[in-house]
Ligand binder design. Structure first.
Ligand SMILES: [Zn+2]
Length: 328
């Protein structure tokens, strides 16, 4: 009997969809437009279901071959109930019970989790996490997100806010306001947005020349421009890069004494833009971290890129159904 897993990684503009075999190898992937016209989520979830039906109809599989469906959603998720409590990017203004809605269409189990959590699960099983049971994934993009896998399971916490590491306060001067309503969160100083915040904060104090001065004046500075200039030896950009790296290293050291991961996987646009950033993070991490908690812990670059979400969404079914069958 051949069994398959269906997966959806819902994003603000597209939904990535995938089909995997029962050992989590990708069989197919495709994407559909994200319909955000319905704030109850029903229409979007129906579109995803119909895309799955279309795929199954054209494939050698039947719906009865599906072990389960995993769904990653950009918002806070109650893993137990499948409820999503307001996904801003999808314009879901109220609580949407993704599992309950999807279960109107299908009989197989449906698992729902936050997109950063499923990305971490994807990297654990098929990416830089190398199958380890203790993996932390940090996504350095426009914002800063993360997922923590501990003892093989995703850390959700009592109401689903576990691993919301972007809102860990590292900037005690609280110079920049965060999207969450508070100030000083690591997202405000160590994401792509955070790099720009720091540049704009420090450059009026500059006493020497910087190659990105014109970009700053034109309001066009980006994290990538800063890292590129740092690589080329620009002292101001090296200073900014070190600041950003120190914040991330501090976060990694706190995570290390909390859950002692084997791999800390850095993903997102910023991790590919700057090897110089990762090297700085490693150096500071080793300086800061309690020695037993960093022994054999590796800081590595993510490997799955855009596929981390669908792989991890399918990984929910693999982790919570298929792997558990084996230990019966
Ligand atoms: Zn925040």
């Amino acid at each position: 009997m051949k069994r398959i897993i269906l997966a959806a990684d819902i994003g603000g503009t597209t939904c990535k969809l995938g089909c995997f075999d029962e050992t989590l190898n990708q069989i197919a992937k495709w994407s559909i437009h994200t319909d955000t016209s319905d704030s109850t989520g029903y229409q979007l979830l129906k579109n995803i279901y119909e895309a799955f039906v279309e795929f199954i109809d054209q494939s050698q599989y039947k719906f009865s071959d599906v072990v389960g469906i995993g769904i990653g959603v950009p918002g806070p998720v109650n893993f137990e109930t499948g409820e999503v409590n307001g996904a801003v990017n999808l314009y879901w203004t109220e609580t949407v019970n993704v599992r309950e809605i999807f279960q109107q269409f299908v009989d197989c189990p449906v698992y729902v989790d936050n997109d950063a959590n499923v990305a971490a699960l994807g990297e654990k099983h098929k990416g830089a996490g190398n199958g380890s049971d203790d993996v932390v994934a940090i996504t350095l993009g426009t914002g800063l997100g993360g997922g923590i896998i501990s003892n093989g399971e995703i850390v959700h916490g009592h109401n689903g806010s576990g691993a919301e590491i972007g809102h860990f306060r590292v900037d005690h001067d609280q110079r920049f306001k965060c999207n969450c309503g508070k100030s000083g969160c690591i997202e405000t100083v160590a994401s792509a947005t955070g790099v720009v915040n720091l540049v704009n904060f420090y450059y009026p104090k500059l006493t020497f020349k910087s190659s990105i001065l014109q970009l700053i004046k034109d309001n066009k500075v980006t994290a990538k421009a800063v890292f590129d200039a740092a690589k080329a030896g620009d002292q101001f950009c090296i200073f900014i890069t070190e600041r950003v790296a120190n914040y991330i290293a501090y976060l990694c050291s706190i995570i290390s004494v909390t859950s002692n991961p084997k791999y800390i996987v850095l993903g997102g646009g910023m991790s590919t833009a700057g090897l110089i950033l990762i090297e700085n993070i490693k150096t500071e991490y080793h300086n800061l971290t309690f020695s037993p908690a960093q022994q054999d812990t590796k800081i590595v670059q993510a490997q799955l890129g855009n596929d981390a979400g669908i792989t991890g969404a399918a990984g929910l079914i693999y982790t919570y159904i298929i792997e558990k069958e084996g230990v019966k």
